[in-house]
Design a protein. Structure first.
Length: 281
């Protein structure tokens, strides 16, 4: 009986030891880990990618950029439109002058058909006066001055910078000499003819605060020329009058500095009619 119990105890001990060893061996075997990293050259699955994107640098506002470009384009368009308007005005002036000259030349060279009621009626004296003005214009010895025939009148352009201090009616010494030369030629070629003294200006803003408008300044400049010619030369005040045009009649476009410089001028306009001057034959 005792031996039987001892045998049973030994069997139980051996079984327990076997179970313990088996558990120990199982504990020593670490579970295999599965790597989620893709092999080289294979893209990672979408669910393994970071869910947040890196912050991007701030971009400029497209609305504000567009407004700036529109404003610049609008400014350019307004400037180009102003230039075109000034050039158009100058072209119209030149076209009117050319048309008048062409009409006058046709009238002079074409006899009137008495049976044509639509033919322009021009007296022989008027036609002869135009031809005489055109012929006499070539006799003026005026260096560096623009002289042109405008219909039946002759226009002599005198630049303002050669006559006056900038932006004023103050006559320069060289301007006085130039006016003396001009008066000598006018007295020789166009004696006793009516003379219009016309003041012109460009579109630049006035720098002198004493002048409120371009017409005021051109009036003062034309008056200076009128006073000099009537007091310092043989020309008579009975054959002269003055006109202030301001910036209303540019001879060329004001879009360029050269154009604005030419538009600042005094024009001596010679008419075919002659005045009754005391002491003249």
């Amino acid at each position: 009986m005792c031996r039987h119990r001892v045998l049973v105890a030994c069997v139980l001990s051996v079984s327990a030891a076997s179970l313990g060893c088996s558990n120990l061996m199982r504990r020593e075997q670490a579970p295999a880990t599965i790597s989620l990293e893709p092999p080289p050259g294979v893209a990672a699955p979408a669910h393994t990618l970071p869910q947040t994107l890196p912050s991007l640098p701030a971009t400029p506002s497209y609305s504000s950029l567009g407004n700036a470009q529109l404003e610049a384009a609008l400014t350019r368009s307004q400037t180009e439109n102003q230039i075109m308007q000034e050039e158009l005005s100058a072209v119209r002036e030149q076209l009117a002058s050319t048309t008048t000259q062409l009409a006058a030349s046709r009238v002079v060279g074409r006899p009137r058909n008495s049976g044509d009621v639509n033919s322009p009626v021009v007296s022989p004296s008027a036609a002869g006066a135009i031809a005489a003005m055109q012929s006499a214009m070539g006799q003026l010895a005026l260096e560096n001055l623009q002289v042109r025939l405008d219909g039946s009148v002759v226009r002599v352009e005198v630049p303002s910078e050669r006559l006056f201090e900038s932006g004023t009616p103050n006559l320069l010494p060289a301007g006085a000499s130039l006016l003396t030369q001009l008066a000598t030629e006018l007295e020789k070629v166009f004696p006793r003819h009516y003379l219009g003294i016309e003041g012109h200006l460009d579109t630049d803003p006035l720098t002198e605060s004493s002048w409120q408008s371009a017409h005021q300044l051109t009036t003062a400049q034309a008056s200076t020329v009128f006073d000099f010619l009537t007091t310092r030369t043989p020309l008579s005040d009975r054959q002269m009058f003055l006109v202030a045009h301001g910036s209303n009649h540019p001879v060329v476009s004001n879009a360029t500095a050269a154009g604005r410089q030419r538009n600042r001028r005094v024009e001596c306009v010679i008419y075919p009619e002659q005045a009754s001057v005391p002491g003249s034959p």
